[in-house]
Design a binder for this molecule. Structure first.
Ligand SMILES: Nc1nc2c(c(=O)[nH]1)N[C@H]1C(S)=C(S)[C@@H](COP(=O)(O)O)O[C@H]1N2
Ligand SMILES: [Mo]
Length: 346
């Protein structure tokens, strides 16, 4: 085995890589549903990512001869390892580039590309791992110099993380950059996956309040009274945020008019497209169904005639083109599917 560089035994490098990828992927996925108290998730994610750079560099350096031999012998296992290295390096590079302020042309943000590569890395790693990880020999564990080298590598990762964080462009703790705040409808229009309905005709549209309520009712566009204003920040998981004054009707008022039933615990907001999301009852009461932003009527792209404003929730939960408010007893798990398939095949 090549012993150049830090004296960390190779099994410890492997376990560190495994732990780093597991942490990075878990914190990355969890960050998609993050709330304001979750800043630590992003620190963990960045720290795991940057530490991976050091361990991955060491590993690739040590296996370089084996890889070269494997490529010459056309080994399938080595081919998989090469693919794994490429996607892992690409995932790390796109993540760091995003923090440093880079962008890519095309329909996807660099942050989205990074997240996709991260998920692919985890999947390829699982395949790569079948028959590879071996348990460490006892003697290895007692080697003090190895432990110190390991700490050194990890610390180098932490320092590198602080540096990239400090030189990066201005971002929220979620990594998102500001776009079009306080400028009415002039902020990005985004679909979670494929939702792109035809404009909703306000003369044919109604809002229904239904489910576990005493008096189900239906409003037409003219009967929606946008008398409340709320300042709230929309933070899309694709990497931008925008803060506005939203005008609309408080969900609270609609629920009081309908009379919430005894076992009610959730309120679901359903789009004309089938896209839907629920908030716990108490939180839903505080939410707004907006007809306007910064005093401008909502544009079609932003959800006209009515969109949910769910402060402190990530953007994908701010359902657009809402036509139904449904009070329920249990969380509807199918909404996780609905957000991913609505609009597909249209
Ligand atoms: N019906 C519906 N609502 C939706 C989406 C969608 O695809 N369909 N996308 C969500 C996502 S991912 C975000 S970030 C915000 C974006 O709102 P905007 O397009 O007004 O900026 O809307 C959310 N509401
Ligand atoms: Mo989003």
């Amino acid at each position: 085995m090549d012993r150049a560089g830090p004296r960390v035994p190779s099994w410890l490098v492997d376990y560190s890589l495994l732990a780093g990828v597991a942490l990075a992927v878990a914190s990355g996925l969890a960050s998609l549903v993050s709330r304001p108290g979750d800043a630590w998730l992003f620190v963990l994610h960045g720290g795991a990512g940057v530490s991976l750079v050091a361990f991955l560099a060491l590993k690739l350096w040590r296996v370089r001869h084996r890889v070269r031999a494997g490529v010459r012998a056309r080994s399938g296992r080595v081919a998989l390892s090469v693919v794994l290295s490429l996607v892992a390096v690409a995932a790390l590079a796109t993540g760091i580039a995003w923090v440093l302020g880079a962008t890519v042309p095309g329909p996807w943000t660099l942050l989205f590309v990074h997240a996709s590569l991260g998920v692919v890395t985890a999947v390829v790693l699982l395949v790569h791992l079948r028959d590879r990880l071996s348990l460490p020999a006892r003697a290895d564990l007692r080697e003090r110099r190895a432990a110190l080298s390991w700490l050194g590598l990890t610390a180098a990762g932490a320092v590198a993380y602080r540096v990239t964080d400090a030189v990066g462009t201005e971002r929220r703790f979620t990594g998102s950059r500001e776009r079009g705040s306080d400028a009415g409808n002039r902020f990005p229009v985004t679909a979670w996956v494929a939702d792109d309905p035809d404009p909703v005709d306000p003369d044919e549209w109604t809002l229904t309040v239904t489910g576990l309520v005493e008096r189900e009712f239906e409003l037409d566009y003219g009967s929606v009274r946008p008398e409340t204003e709320a300042r709230a920040l929309l933070d899309c998981t694709s990497g931008w945020y925008s803060e506005h004054d939203w005008q609309g009707v408080r969900v609270d008022e609609l629920l009081d008019e309908a009379g919430v039933g005894e076992n009610a615990a959730w309120v679901q907001f359903r789009s004309v497209t089938g896209y839907r999301w629920s908030l716990p009852l108490a939180e839903a009461r505080e939410a707004l169904l907006a007809t306007a932003v910064d005093g401008e009527r909502l544009s079609h792209g932003h959800g006209f005639p009515l969109r949910l404003v769910a402060p402190e929730r990530r953007g994908f939960q701010w359902v657009k083109w809402v036509e139904e408010v449904r009070v329920t007893r249990r969380r509807d798990r199918s909404e996780w599917v609905a957000i991913n398939v609505s609009g597909l095949g249209e």
